[in-house]
Design a protein around this ligand. Structure first.
Ligand code: MV4
Length: 447
């Protein structure tokens, strides 16, 4: 097992990783930017190294500084958390070259899943259902127009280097095709340094359901059930839950088996997530694979009673996984509490938290790095807490969430709490019958 883990991240996920390391008797090193000097991850880690100024590029994305911090503290592994360098294959490679274990999959696996066309080709070979599409890059207009006719409009153009919704265009008819392709390709080149685009049939009103998997260094892969993530706004998830109100046992098992095949096809090592689109006929299609721990991992932890960070560390240290699949024993819902003004287009609301009282009680979990007096730096993401509730049924879980939201006090900045309170009362949300377009016509009422 590792002696000392450097956590190449900040905020709640850095704390989350420190907690598990302490329980595993592993020493921890925090890294921090000058803007995070007063952060709890700096206080709770055994050691802390300042790695640069506030801007992410100069700190949490600064590979030479991070490697230097790992060297001087003698860390034998690096946990990247989510975001920042978590899916950076070059970083994983550099860690390996330094003889420091990157807690996550190999650089090759990260690269393969990071290129969406390669990922899709891999899944086709592995017999995992994918959305019908161009099967490779769009190169010339005429054959692509023919392909689009064959697939049938609407089609969606996606950047092969993209993911998470960036660089996408829906095309409703042949007249729009060329312009959509050129502008999306230009955007992709600017955002990802890669103009490559591919085409898929556009699935209307899909649900986003993802399967958590874990694979060890011996080729064994298991699934840990799903997370329903359809409640999102501009590709930012706001609420996640398990079980998905849309899945029955049969569909869970089929999707679980497909996710296992996806993992086995690349000898996946680590914990990962296979994202699927599910249409109203319950057809499901592979979308992309995330090779990191995700923000919403506590939903899974709560329903199967399992520490996913511990599993990640054990896998990285070369231990075998149990080899069995895990099924929800409870219902859990997570809401993301962001410092945003929901009445002003979710605009970030940075500032100082004047008072902070977290919800507590049976079945309530709060993952957060903030406290009364904490100044939210404007340089990073706006998430300040994750509130996770669990109960025997979805209905009880929603009731508990309403109670927990009512007792949460955050003063000094605006938060997404009023949005979540309204959502929990919404009939469509409560019915479980919603898809990824749900928030497009959701109107936020004044409090
Ligand atoms: C799609 C789609 C419909 N059809 N692909 C958005 C994020 C990125 N991972 C892929 N996304 C989508 N891909 C096909 N062929 C609809 C979306 C989509 C979406 C997916 C999941 C969650 C929210 C979404 C919101 C809008 C569009």
């Amino acid at each position: 097992m590792f002696n000392k883990v450097l956590i190449a991240n900040r905020g709640e996920i850095a704390l989350r990783i420190i907690r598990t390391c302490r329980e595993m008797n592993i020493k921890t090193v925090a890294i921090y930017s000058t803007a995070d000097r007063d952060s709890l991850h700096v206080r709770f880690a055994d050691e802390a190294v300042c790695i640069g100024p506030p801007s992410s590029t100069d700190s949490y994305l600064n590979i030479p500084s991070i490697m230097a911090a790992a060297e001087i503290t003698n860390a034998d592994a690096i946990h990247p958390g989510y975001g920042f360098l978590a899916e950076n294959a070059d970083f994983a490679e550099i860690c390996n070259e330094y003889g420091i274990k990157f807690i996550g999959p190999s650089p090759e696996m990260i690269r393969k899943m990071g290129d969406k066309i390669t990922a899709k080709e891999t899944m086709i070979k592995a017999n995992v259902p994918v959305v019908p599409g161009s099967g490779g890059l769009i190169k010339e207009l005429e054959p692509s127009l023919e392909k689009a006719e064959e697939i049938g409009y609407p089609v969606i153009l996606k950047a092969t280097a993209g993911g998470g919704g960036k660089g996408m265009r829906i095309v409703w008819n042949p007249e729009e095709f060329e312009n959509a392709w050129l502008t999306a390709s230009r955007e992709a080149a600017a955002s990802f340094g890669n103009p490559g685009m591919y085409m898929e049939k556009y699935i209307e009103e899909p649900r986003h359901v993802e399967i958590q998997i874990a694979g060890d260094q011996f080729g064994k892969v298991c699934h840990l059930s799903e997370r329903e993530c359809s409640i999102q706004r501009r590709h930012q998830k706001l609420v996640e839950e398990c079980p998905s109100p849309f899945l029955d046992e049969e569909l869970r098992e089929r999707m679980g088996q497909s996710a296992i095949k996806a993992g086995e096809s690349i000898n996946y090592e680590g914990v990962g997530t296979v994202e699927f689109l599910v249409d109203k006929y319950k057809n499901y299609y592979f979308m992309e694979m995330n090779t990191r721990i995700q923000v919403e991992h506590p939903v899974t932890e709560e329903v199967i009673d399992f520490d996913l960070i511990k599993e990640q560390i054990k896998i990285a240290a070369g231990e075998k996984i149990s080899g069995k699949n895990y099924y929800p024993k409870m219902h859990a819902i997570e809401v993301r509490i962001n410092a945003e003004d929901v009445y002003n287009d979710f605009r970030p609301s940075a500032g100082k938290i004047q008072s902070f009282h977290s919800s507590k009680g049976h079945g309530v979990r709060v993952d957060t790095h903030v406290y009364a007096g904490y100044q939210i730096p404007p340089f990073y993401d706006s998430m300040i807490a994750k509130l996770i509730c669990r109960a025997q049924t979805r209905e009880e879980c929603i009731t508990k969430m309403e109670r927990a939201l009512d007792e949460f006090i955050i003063e000094g900045v605006k938060t997404t709490i009023p949005f979540h309170k309204q959502l929990m009362k919404d009939e469509r949300f409560r019915s479980g019958n919603f898809h990824t377009g749900f928030l497009n016509d959701f109107e936020i009422q004044p409090e």
